[in-house]
Design a protein around this ligand. Structure first.
Ligand code: HEM
Ligand code: HEM
Length: 199
């Protein structure tokens, strides 16, 4: 491996990858639910009143909830250096300088995390009965719909700034499947035991 090629910790790739794929699945199926039952802001008209879509969305979203919690814990503990920090706001005043792009990138990582948090939390307040019963005006349903729009913008920003700061090699490094021997899942049990003993 070339020394300049970015490398991401295996646990980060695993959590980020599963979280990202489930988030995208929830986002797509969420749109299909909206398209089938609601369509207040426009619709493609792919299906009408399809009950199965709500269950499919609920299944992806249910799995996402648990992975998301793991990913948030990882990001706040081990991945803190890639999220906003106190001096990011100061760096944001130095428009156009490299430090400005790095601060923006951290902000975009944090925004993606927060936007998904809003989608997942508002999702927990949904009832699978609302749409079939014609109830389209619950506050939490509205928040859930807006979170869908915010997540789209946040992921676009996250990926675009990733390309700007680290180029395509950075993006690919996040989806690389090989890992270093010392990161092998076979060692996780021992590492967790050592960590538990220490804390
Ligand atoms: C940003 C993408 C979205 C994410 C991450 C997301 C996430 C979630 C989560 C975590 C739940 C709770 C699932 C559970 O614990 O049982 C949920 C439920 C639900 N969501 Fe979404 N959602 C998204 C978009 C949408 C959209 C656009 C709609 C369209 C109307 C929608 C409709 C629903 C409904 C009806 C439920 C209740 C389903 C059930 O309880 O089985 N979601 N969503
Ligand atoms: C819902 C989807 C996503 C969320 C919530 C999300 C969130 C995050 C977060 C919070 C980090 C920082 C991790 C840490 O603190 O250690 C991160 C890093 C990263 N993400 Fe995502 N991400 C998503 C999707 C994607 C997608 C689709 C791509 C690429 C196509 C991507 C590419 C990257 C890259 C390259 C990094 C490393 C950035 C760095 O070195 O600072 N992410 N992501």
């Amino acid at each position: 491996m070339s020394p300049t090629k970015p490398y991401q910790p295996f646990l980060l790739r695993l959590l980020h990858g599963v979280n990202g794929l489930l988030a995208i699945a929830a986002w797509v199926t969420g749109y299909l639910v909206y398209d089938s039952w609601d369509g207040r802001w426009g619709r493609l008209g792919l299906t009408t009143d399809n009950r199965a879509l709500i269950d499919i969305h609920g299944t992806f979203a249910f799995g996402l909830f648990f992975v998301f919690i793991g990913f948030v814990i990882y990001s706040l503990k081990a991945g803190r250096s890639r999220l906003v920090r106190a001096d990011s706001w100061q760096h944001l005043t130095r428009v156009g300088k490299p430090v400005w792009w790095y601060a923006l990138h951290r902000l975009a990582n944090t925004a993606a995390l927060c936007a998904l948090g809003l989608s997942v939390i508002s999702g927990k307040f949904q009832s699978e009965e609302w749409l079939p019963q014609g109830e389209f005006n619950h506050l939490w349903y509205f928040v859930h719909l807006v979170a869908w729009c915010i997540l789209l913008a946040a992921i676009a920003l996250h990926v675009l700034l990733g390309v700007k700061v680290g180029g395509v090699p950075l993006l690919l490094s996040m989806w690389e499947t090989r890992y270093r021997p010392e990161e092998s899942p076979a060692l996780w049990k021992d590492k967790i035991l050592v960590w538990l003993r220490k804390s």
